[in-house]
Design a protein around this ligand. Structure first.
Ligand code: COA
Length: 133
């Protein structure tokens, strides 16, 4: 496994920051992939629900790559960008970076994912996105 160090993106706001705890680990002691997937879903839903001005549901995980392991105690930063909108759907790219615990300056990109959300009404039916602005 090669580890390429990087920096946090300076040109966009972070959607979510979280530090995985010991109870988020798998049987090998690294962070459980399903826990990371849940945080990615939460992070991606933030710009999606803002764009939808209300409720959204996740309809698809289009791609999901675990590029590097995540360790208990890492500071994880999630960046979420809307890359496409349709009539009712919003597709979001989520990039996750880990700042390794106790290793100042060691930052790695750990996960890259694309998810699609759908704006829904109170009956859970697809709802047309409101106009921009
Ligand atoms: C999301 C849901 C409301 C869509 O209902 P639906 O009757 O399939 O609606 P539609 O066929 O009109 O599709 C709605 C939008 O989703 C998009 N979509 C549907 N399936 C998709 C897929 N597999 N991948 C990407 N987009 C998809 C459609 O292209 C459409 O987008 P558009 O309006 O921008 O063109 C319904 O499938 C649902 O409730 N799913 C369960 C959601 C859920 O519980 N998620 C987990 C917890 S949040």
């Amino acid at each position: 496994m090669t580890t390429s160090l990087t920096e946090l993106p300076h040109d966009k706001p972070v959607a979510l920051r979280v530090v995985p705890q010991p109870h988020d680990a798998n049987v090998h002691g690294d962070v459980f992939g399903g826990w990371i997937m849940a945080q990615v879903d939460i992070a991606g839903a933030i710009p999606a629900s803002r764009r939808a001005n209300g409720r959204v549901v996740t309809v698809a995980v289009n791609s999901f790559v675990f590029k590097q392991p995540v360790f208990v105690g890492d500071l994880l930063s999630f960046y979420a960008d809307i890359i496409r909108t349709g009539r009712t759907s919003i597709t979001v790219d989520v990039s996750v970076y880990a700042q390794r615990m106790g290793l100042v300056g060691e930052t790695v990109k750990v996960t890259e994912a694309t998810l699609t959300y759908v704006a829904t009404d109170s009956q859970r039916r697809p709802r047309e996105l409101p106009p921009l602005g």
